[in-house]
Design a protein around this ligand. Structure first.
Ligand code: PEP
Length: 251
């Protein structure tokens, strides 16, 4: 049976200035000199670095954005549309990251509209879902995650244009991770929800795990059932650390 091609994505968040291009250059060198990795590699720098990073022409590294507006253009001061991100050289856009959901009060309905905008621009969306610690402790992980998922995904989603990022909020930037069994369980529930909604194509969506992934735990997390890659925050800022995570996909 065909399996999804893994994706290892780095989210630089609000980190990075022109000098950070050196990390991209270093990552590109590591990807060329190390043994081949069976995964796609993506870096989502801050919006200010998308065009310049994409213009570096590093063929082994795709460039993405961390958010977009749901409309194509208009009177939305400070916002950036998916069309503009495509024009700047982005291939992917992260939508619904828990920091956007929390800091900017983004609802799953808004994320649905943003995901549609990403698809309409001809880009791929990484749609993030995940429970808080309180929700986990209350035993509500499945309800929260599947609820966010079904509302956040528009009908335009296919395995080609959409990746699901499962990121338990309590694991982001904390050094804590769920057990491999817990990751496999929720990824499998997400897989089932995708096949119920999108039929056979649901089996081919990439479902990537995020939350304190580092070189030392990547291999076991990436080996869990229905885990098709990683979404990495802190450890994506240093080329050597990120390359150590990519190593999970080396023979
Ligand atoms: C993230 O914010 O997407 C993330 C997974 O962060 P970290 O890897 O730093 O936990």
């Amino acid at each position: 049976m065909q399996k999804p091609h893994p994706l290892v994505a780095g989210n630089w968040k609000m980190n990075g200035v022109t000098a950070s291009h050196a990390e991209l250059e270093a990552l590109s060198t590591l990807l060329k000199t190390d043994s081949p990795a069976e995964c796609e590699v993506l870096i989502c720098p801050p919006a200010t670095l998308i065009a310049s990073s994409s213009n570096m022409g590093l063929s082994a590294i795709k460039i993405g954005a961390q958010d977009c507006h749901s409309e194509v253009s208009g009177a939305h001061t400070g916002d950036i549309s998916a069309v503009m991100l495509k024009d700047a050289g982005a291939d992917y856009v992260i939508v619904g990251h828990s920091e956007r959901r929390a800091d900017h009060d983004e609802s799953s309905d808004l994320i649905n509209a943003k995901t549609k905008a990403v698809h309409n621009a001809g880009l791929r969306a990484i749609v993030c879902v995940g429970e808080t610690d309180a929700e986990r402790v209350a035993g509500d992980t499945s309800t929260v995650v599947l609820g966010q998922l079904l509302v956040s995904l528009p009908d335009s989603c296919t395995s080609e244009n959409t990746v699901i990022g499962y990121e338990p909020v309590w694991a982001i930037g904390t050094g804590k991770t769920p057990t491999v069994e817990d990751v496999a369980d929720i990824h499998t529930e997400i897989r089932t929800a995708l096949t119920e909604r999108f039929g056979e194509d649901g089996a081919m969506f990439r479902i990537i795990y995020g939350g304190s992934v580092k070189p030392s735990n990547a291999k076991e997390l990436m080996a869990a059932l229905n885990v098709d890659g990683a979404l990495v925050g802190g450890a994506s800022l240093k080329a050597t650390d990120f390359n150590g995570i990519i190593a999970a996909y080396r023979a």
